[in-house]
Design a protein around this ligand. Structure first.
Ligand code: ADP
Length: 515
């Protein structure tokens, strides 16, 4: 047993380290800055809590979650580890008292919210304290390319410069694309070799995309999973309320949680769920940050979230105990409009708005790809995975149909439209729509006009989504993306490549039809 394992057992009651923990801790103890990327539930906290015990000075923990802070501090204190926190809920006198204890080395860990770093006065107070380790939790909040950028995190660098003695830095996150990891490393001076990524895969999760009628699917699913704990996410408060009443009406043990409810009601719902007094909670994404409930058996998204990072983080709240759990997305194309609206209304600069549209597109493609869903997510984070064997795509037993000819029709139509139009317009032309817009652009003159008139516009749209997800078509960036043919798509047009799709039978056009 190594020295570190001994401490882990004595202080935390665990017999062995989880993947990545020991490596990160070793580096921290060598006073090297390090970035740990570990999945939700992977055990990030130990990576700074254990070293905190071995350093002479203080470990300052930056954490954006006030509720989590208190929980963590309480459980550390229960284990006999002196820790405290500072946030806006405390009086000035109390804050000073706590800082004094830190200065006098009476506490090992001090948790603060990033907003504190905006205060000069606070930074001056920190100057008096020997900070040996700076732990940055939810470190993806540093990056504007991430999904949860918090400007106060940028102050971290200033703070480090401010301190007389530079602390070792350990940054931790569960979701970081390569770009985000780079931003974190740049700001906190972490070398590439000190980015420890234990992999994003959550082997106990079965991902599913469901395109059936939502309400009836949901009720049927919940009936077959009775007595199990689960979270149902919706995007808007209105939809949360609607689903809540629907489920209540159907006799389920359910609570709800959204930002429009008053604080006490919300706290009550959360507690009822945590302590298994209710089985289900319908919530907006305001729910769940910092919730450590291990026996959540399923997370269902009743509406598509805005990006893969948020989706994976929220879905990842299922199965923290390592047991098999479901992560289900109920997909309906109209839900994308809500996310579009959020982006449009956001105060982001144009560049970052475009980035958000791009992320939404990748999320949408998740619902259309036929590759393994876990692999799709891993690829998004720059990782390669093995087919999971249990997602709805891996389990899709429908025969793959040769759709090369249909694909060629779509691709050649896109080409004839000079790659200047969006998805809807391409679908209109292929179905032979007589709308004014089509005529105004003289698209009814194209040889591909009406070429797939047996299909509905909806079917063609879904097919185009599939071709985008499989990368035969590409969308240009921006709010109104245009459909273009990719290099792989060209190979299909040149008959060098065939396309297969698992699909419900759609009336096929005869092969002889003109392209
Ligand atoms: P994260 O912050 O990565 O989501 P936590 O640090 O909250 O995860 O840890 C998740 C759970 O795993 C906690 O209940 C924690 O006590 C437990 N845990 C952490 N490390 C170990 C370990 N080495 N062995 C067993 N359980 C662990």
């Amino acid at each position: 047993m190594t020295e570190l394992t001994k401490i882990l057992a004595e202080k935390f009651g665990f017999t062995s380290f989880r993947k990545g923990q020991e490596e990160i801790i070793q580096k921290v103890l060598n006073k090297e800055n390090v970035l740990g990327i570990m999945p939700t539930g992977g055990g990030k906290s130990i990576c700074y809590q254990l070293p905190a015990l071995l350093f002479d000075g203080l470990t300052l923990v930056i954490s954006p979650l006030i509720s989590l802070m208190k929980d963590q501090v309480d459980s550390l204190n229960e284990m006999g580890i002196p820790a405290t926190f500072i946030n806006s809920s405390l009086s000035y006198v109390e804050i000073n008292k706590r800082l004094n204890r830190a200065q006098n080395k009476k506490v090992k860990l001090l948790y603060v919210a990033p907003e504190r770093l905006e205060s000069e006065e606070f930074l001056h107070l920190l100057e008096e304290i020997q900070i040996d380790l700076l732990a940055v939790d939810e470190a993806h909040c540093i990056s504007q390319w991430g999904h949860d950028f918090r400007p106060s995190y940028l102050k971290l660098n200033e703070m480090i410069q401010f301190l007389k003695q530079k602390p070792t830095v350990v940054a931790l996150t569960a979701t970081a694309t390569q770009q985000v990891a780079q931003d974190i490393s740049d700001l906190l001076t972490i070398s590439k070799s000190n980015q420890i990524n234990t992999g994003f895969a959550r082997e106990n999760l079965s991902f599913q995309v469901v395109k059936e009628q939502k309400d009836s699917y949901l009720i049927a699913y919940l009936k077959t999973n009775e007595n199990q704990s689960g979270i149902i996410y919706a995007t808007t408060r209105k939809e949360v309320e609607r689903l809540y009443y629907l489920l209540k009406h159907n006799g389920f043990s359910v609570g709800m949680y959204h930002g429009g409810m008053d604080k006490n009601e919300r706290a009550q719902s959360q507690e009822d769920f945590l302590f298994d007094r209710i089985q289900l909670i319908v919530a907006t994404n305001a729910f769940g940050m910092g919730i450590n409930k291990s026996n959540v058996r399923f997370v269902i998204h009743a509406q598509i979230p805005g990006n893969i990072e948020s989706y994976y983080q929220e879905a990842g709240r299922a199965g923290r105990d390592g047991l098999a759990s479901d992560a289900i997305l109920l997909y309906a194309p109209q839900d994308l409009q809500i996310q579009h609206f959020f982006i449009e209304q956001s105060s982001l600069t144009n560049k970052f708005q475009q980035n958000e549209y791009e992320k939404l597109r990748e999320m949408n493609q998740y619902a259309h790809t036929q590759m393994c869903l876990q692999c799709y997510i891993l690829r998004y984070f720059g990782e390669q995975g093995q087919n999971c064997g249990k997602c709805s795509n891996c389990l899709d037993e429908r025969e793959a149909v040769d759709v090369t000819v249909d694909t060629q029709k779509v691709l050649s139509c896109v080409k004839r439209m000079e790659e200047r139009f969006g998805k809807t317009m391409v679908a209109k032309v292929l179905t032979g729509s007589k709308t004014q817009q089509v005529r105004d652009w003289h698209l009814d003159q194209l040889t591909t006009y009406g070429l797939m008139k047996e299909w509905s516009q909806k079917q063609i749209s879904a097919f185009i989504d599939y071709l985008i997800a499989e990368q035969y078509l590409t969308l240009t960036k921006g709010e109104f993306p245009k459909v273009t043919v990719s290099a792989v798509g060209i190979e299909v047009l040149l008959k060098k490549r065939k396309v297969y799709r698992k699909q419900a039978p759609i009336k096929q056009l005869s092969i002889d039809d003109e392209l």
